[in-house]
Design a protein around this ligand. Structure first.
Ligand code: EPU
Length: 417
């Protein structure tokens, strides 16, 4: 199994290129199911989750080809095997995103139920409720969701809670449904908007993405398109925190505008200076950062996918911070690992109280999920001595060449087996 070995203490300096957004690329690649013509997707990050998505689509019978270093051409001329098997779904929960497109395009789908994961229970009841409202018949058999519908019918769906992939699944299904679908209490995340733009480029009629009411007028068929995935705002945020923690100055290129305001505001509270201009950001931080309280909430508030990284920052900040996680019930697994590096953290329910310490000690730690892994990398960058991070396959699911990018910025980090 591969590990990352980090020698802490180097401030980051230089320029880093931000990759395409994982959480936009996955649904956009999956949207190819909806059309018999080919979809070319650009700015796709090279990640394990992308490879899993391509494997999933290939085993369904789609034709998937790399069309450049970060581009894929996908063609669902036919979808002979509308199935998402357990083996793939268990490695990537986002596989549930095929459910809506398969029912809409093929009239049937067999998708393994994802089950719980390291950050929480993560049920998919809202995905099911929405598809049932559109006329799908859904049963659970042997751990699989079996969905059937002759042609889905537009419906008014009020989601009980804000769900990102739930909104995306239903938006894709509604694109080929008969009549109008109105999704209320929809997720407003920029990745939902990116998917809507891609669907519209394929001939769909989606309006309101980015607000909590999305209206989709179903069409008979979608056509092929070429689409460029938005930049990854969570990768961007992770590098910004890295610079703020190590006390350096870095320039990030290929960033998205306006999708990270809550994170930028919190970073400025730590004392970092951030300049934003179209497509680039420059962050500079000197000396010890100040503690900041964070509370996760759906977009546009502070993202749960940045909570672990801010916890890492708070472990070495000046002061005490309260970190509250409201999206996932079990997303504090990194706290235990940070404590092994000397952090002072007390977790009670969905709240962590983090008292900043003067410095962390390098240690061998274990990554438990994707963002927890990123948090441990950040901690390793400032810890004294060597930090070894095990189970970095989690990191490879969502960060493209993180060790190469950090090395180029002056970090001492290498991959070892
Ligand atoms: N939920 C339900 N029922 C549902 C759907 C969701 O109860 O039918 C609950 C979840 O258990 C959770 C909350 O609603 O408590 C929000 O979950 P959401 O459905 O929004 O999460 P998701 O769509 O499964 C996406 C991202 C996550 C990100 C969350 C929240 C993708 C592929 N994944 O997950 O990304 O944390 O939204 O923003 O888009 C990551 O990249 O590391 C990651 C975990």
């Amino acid at each position: 199994m591969e590990k990352l070995v980090i020698e802490g203490g180097n401030p980051l300096e230089g320029t880093v290129q931000i990759s395409g957004a994982k959480n936009a690329a996955l649904p956009i690649l999956i949207a190819s199911i909806l059309s018999s013509e080919s979809l070319t997707v650009e700015n796709v990050p090279k990640l394990r989750d992308v490879a899993t998505t391509c494997a999933l689509l290939t085993q369904m019978g789609l034709w998937v080809r790399e069309a450049g270093p970060n581009a894929y051409e996908l063609s669902a001329h036919a979808v002979p095997n509308p199935l998402a098997p357990y083996d793939l779904v268990k490695t990537m929960r986002a596989s549930i995103l095929v459910l809506g497109p398969l029912v809409a395009r093929c009239g049937e789908a067999r998708v393994s139920l994802p089950g719980g994961c390291a950050i929480g229970l993560r049920p998919v009841d809202q995905h099911i409720k929405g598809l049932q409202a559109m006329g799908a018949e859904i049963n659970v058999e042997h751990g699989y969701l079996l969905a059937r519908a002759k042609r889905l019918k537009g419906a008014r769906i009020v989601l009980d809670l804000v769900t990102v992939t739930g909104t995306e699944n239903l938006m894709m299904a509604a694109a080929l449904a008969e009549g109008r679908t109105v999704l209320e209490n929809a997720a407003r995340e920029p990745e939902v908007v990116d998917l809507a733009h891609c669907l519209n480029a394929m001939g769909a009629k989606v309006i309101g993405a980015g607000t909590d009411v999305i209206t989709i007028d179903g069409v008979e068929r979608l056509h092929g398109a070429r689409y460029r995935v938005m930049p990854d705002r969570i990768e961007t945020g992770t590098f910004l925190v890295a610079a703020a923690m190590t006390g350096g100055k870095i320039k990030l290129e290929g960033t998205s505008d306006g999708s990270l305001d809550a994170v930028l505001e919190k970073l400025r509270e730590t004392g970092a200076t951030i300049d934003v201009s179209s497509g680039t950001m420059t962050v500079e931080s000197r000396g010890r950062p100040k503690s900041v309280n964070v509370r996760t909430s759906p977009y546009p508030a502070f993202p749960t996918d940045m909570q672990a990284q801010f916890m890492a920052l708070n472990t070495v900040a000046d002061g005490t911070a309260i970190v509250t996680e409201t999206i996932f019930e079990n997303r504090f697994m990194h706290a235990q690992e940070l404590k092994r590096m000397g952090a002072d953290i007390e977790v009670e329910g969905n709240t962590a109280i983090v008292k900043g310490v003067a410095n962390l000690d390098g240690a061998t730690v274990m990554a438990t999920d994707l963002r927890a892994s990123a948090c441990l990398v950040l901690a390793g960058l400032v810890a004294s001595g060597e930090t070894t991070i095990d189970r970095i396959y989690h990191l490879d699911r969502g960060y493209e060449r993180i060790e190469t990018k950090l090395s180029a910025l002056g970090a001492s980090i290498r991959r070892a087996s």
